[in-house]
Design a protein around this ligand. Structure first.
Ligand SMILES: Cc1cc2nc3c(=O)[nH]c(=O)nc-3n(C[C@H](O)[C@H](O)[C@H](O)COP(=O)(O)OP(=O)(O)OC[C@H]3O[C@@H](n4cnc5c(N)ncnc54)[C@H](O)[C@@H]3O)c2cc1C
Length: 321
């Protein structure tokens, strides 16, 4: 027999967006469930030092912050479920979500907070140097490399923005791009080329993240020129891979409106998706800021939007009696 759970509000995802939505929804009396997915706590569980989440003077640890958010959500009345949703049916109410466990979740409203994952180059040495100098977020980690040489890999808007941002901390930023021209908007390119702290290495791809010292940290990148095949070293303490992100939206493709990069579309200034009763928050609908605090902020908005939606429905049902 299929296991079945009914709820006023199901939150998909357990990053800062999902847990914050749950805290607000629980405190509004909605007794939400959070379906945590295969990465309970979300992206911040893959990092160590977090210095920019408000409220903490000292450096805190990403996994610790997420444990605290989970504990707070549970404390105010959220039920955690360890499951991964493999299909959704938003064509009828209550909405039906089916988990890998076989459980069916029937939800009056759904908050989608499934996040986005940074794309990486896929080199074993890159994997090894994550947390030791390899990063995919200059806003998050740039500050740790102040006064040091850094590199950015990529050629689109994000790469150029990350390079420009890093000049706040470093006088020596190298942008490494595998082509001979950038894809970034012209205005960003103009700012990049005008900035004396940034140099661009064209037609080159990274073949190795090079570590050194004890404890081991990044000391440079080995790059190969695509025409000559020559390998050379770019010295750097931090290397920022900026080749894009992939929002976790495959599940929703035929049911909700997505933009051309696969992010969930929401009505401007709200978290309302194209289906009434389904809300989206965090990195899955935000390709610009992608920060824990902005994810938490939109998580709050999604819970408040869902609460208002349900209250309006309850009122209509009462009025019709
Ligand atoms: C290495 C690293 C360091 C970072 N450092 C900082 C920092 O210092 N400061 C900062 O502000 N930001 C930082 N960020 C960015 C920050 O982590 C993200 O902006 C934030 O986590 C986004 O939150 P979210 O809730 O939208 O999604 P995520 O944190 O991505 O969480 C997504 C959740 O959705 C779940 N999920 C996905 N698919 C399904 C499914 N089908 N069914 C059920 N659940 C599902 C996952 O299990 C996960 O729990 C960092 C990111 C990384 C990768």
């Amino acid at each position: 027999m299929t296991n079945s759970i009914s709820t006023r509000l199901a939150v998909l995802g357990s990053g800062p967006a999902g847990y914050t939505a749950a805290i607000y929804a629980a405190r509004a009396g909605l007794a939400p469930i959070v379906i945590q997915g295969i990465q309970p706590g979300g992206q911040l569980t893959t990092t160590t030092d977090v210095e920019n989440y408000p409220g903490f003077r000292d450096v805190i640890q990403g996994p610790w912050l997420m444990e605290e958010m989970q504990a707070q959500a549970e404390h105010v009345g959220t039920k955690m479920v360890w499951d991964h949703i493999s299909s959704v049916d938003f064509s009828r109410r209550p909405f039906v979500l089916t988990g890998d466990s076989g459980t069916q979740y029937h939800a009056d409203t759904v908050v989608i907070a499934t996040g986005a994952q940074a794309k990486w180059l896929g080199l074993p040495s890159e994997e090894h140097m994550k947390g030791r100098g390899a990063s995919a977020c200059a806003t998050c980690d740039g500050f740790f490399y102040r006064g040091k040489k850094v590199a950015v890999i990529g050629g689109g808007n994000t790469a150029v923005e990350e390079a420009l941002y890093l000049t706040n901390h470093s006088h020596d930023v190298t942008l490494i791009h595998r082509r001979d021209s950038l894809r970034a908007e012209k205005i960003l390119q103009d700012r990049l080329f005008a900035n004396e702290k940034i140099k661009v290495v064209w037609d080159s791809e990274v073949v190795e993240f090079v570590g050194g010292g004890d404890p081991e940290t990044l000391v440079g990148l080995d790059i190969r020129n695509k025409h000559s095949g020559e390998i050379s070293r770019v010295d750097c303490a931090g290397a920022f891979v900026a080749i894009g992100h992939k929002p976790a939206t495959e599940l929703f493709q035929s049911q909700l409106e997505l933009d051309d990069e696969g992010y969930l579309e929401v009505e401007v200034g709200t978290t309302r998706t194209s289906i009434p009763g389904v809300f989206a928050c965090g990195d899955v609908m935000d390709k610009i800021y992608r920060q824990a605090v902005t994810a938490a902020g939109t998580g709050c908005m999604a819970a408040l939007d869902a609460e208002k939606f349900l209250a309006a429905e309850d009122y209509q049902a009462l009025a019709a009696e």
